[in-house]
Design a protein around this ligand. Structure first.
Ligand SMILES: [Zn+2]
Length: 312
């Protein structure tokens, strides 16, 4: 499903589509947690639909829409991360290339989605190039990424890029208010940097409590009270990317002086020097490059915590 803040992107794609200018390879970029997967999925469904309605939306009734809803559409292929894998592999892209070459079963098109596209390893990305350069008639490849800079330039240059936006703050708030969250929507959106679906996920899981605890632990350390080995052991099994994202958001909040609704951050803010903020930010960015590599998890967390103890 697509969301209200994606309406302009949807319209511009439909304009291209109706005037036959829709590129066969589209690269959608935008932040995670904004419903971008839903947008791409809905577009795929509408491209396959035999009788699209107003604004090019899928009719949800034709044979194609029915099998799509049943997750069994023979002209649709989703390529993503397989269980326990950190990368999209060349075998998966070979399967995609083969799929695009097969004749169509239902309608006028075949559609393949690759997400998260930046996780294609180099071999997989190179294998995709031929399908991007020499498209089969009636096929579309939709790539989705929140890290376009991590894609090979040769992939980016062969796609039409469509930017999916963050919602306006009022739009995000309105959407979240419609979902009756347990926690105040403003607080959830503050932690999720205005990304509505990420905010809703925070509300429904124990993520909010974890996030608060992480910064309480960090505050203790910065104030010389906590034990770094114990704290690292507590967090070693936690998703490293999530921990990193929390810290980037936290630094941004401190820089903008927007920690009012989060006492645990205000506490941390007191313990660090303003001049150290960008140094911490830079080091966290370096760690981000390593977050998907199989490093010793406890050491990774310990290194991350140590960054906050710099004195400058
Ligand atoms: Zn349909």
């Amino acid at each position: 499903m697509s969301y209200p803040w994606q309406a302009n992107a949807w319209e511009s794609i439909q304009r291209m589509h109706s005037s036959d200018r829709l590129h066969h390879a589209l690269l959608f970029t935008g932040e995670d947690g904004c419903g971008n997967e839903g947008f791409v999925r809905e577009l795929a469904e509408s491209l396959l639909c035999n009788d699209p309605g107003p604004q090019g939306r899928a009719c949800k009734q034709c044979r194609s829409c029915q099998v799509f809803a049943g997750k069994a559409h023979p002209d649709y292929l989703f390529v993503g991360l397989q269980e326990e894998r950190q990368a999209i592999l060349i075998e998966q892209i070979r399967e995609l290339n083969h799929f695009l070459g097969l004749s169509r079963s239902y309608g006028r098109r075949k559609v393949a989605v690759i997400a998260p596209a930046e996780r294609m390893n180099v071999n997989a990305a190179n294998s995709l190039l031929k399908s991007l350069e020499e498209p089969t008639d009636g096929t579309h490849i939709l790539l989705l990424t929140s890290h376009p800079a991590s894609l090979l330039p040769t992939i980016r240059s062969r796609c039409q890029i469509v930017r999916l936006p963050l919602p306006a703050p009022s739009q995000a708030l309105e959407w979240l208010q419609g979902h009756n969250s347990q926690h105040p929507p403003e607080k959830l959106l503050g932690i999720a940097r205005g990304r509505p679906l990420a905010a809703l996920e925070l509300d429904s899981s124990d993520m909010l409590a974890n996030c608060t605890l992480w910064f309480q632990h960090l505050s203790q350390l910065v104030q010389g009270k906590g034990n770094i080995t114990d704290i690292s052991a507590h967090w070693e099994k936690f998703d490293k990317n999530i921990l990193l994202d929390w810290q980037f958001d936290c630094l941004l909040g401190i820089v903008k002086n927007e920690t009012g609704h989060r006492p645990e951050l205000a506490e941390l803010q007191k313990g660090i020097q303003k001049t150290a903020i960008w140094q911490i930010h830079e080091k966290l960015l370096e760690l981000k490059q390593l977050a998907n590599h199989p490093l010793n998890p406890r050491l990774f967390v310990e290194t991350m915590l140590m960054l906050w103890l710099v004195k400058s």
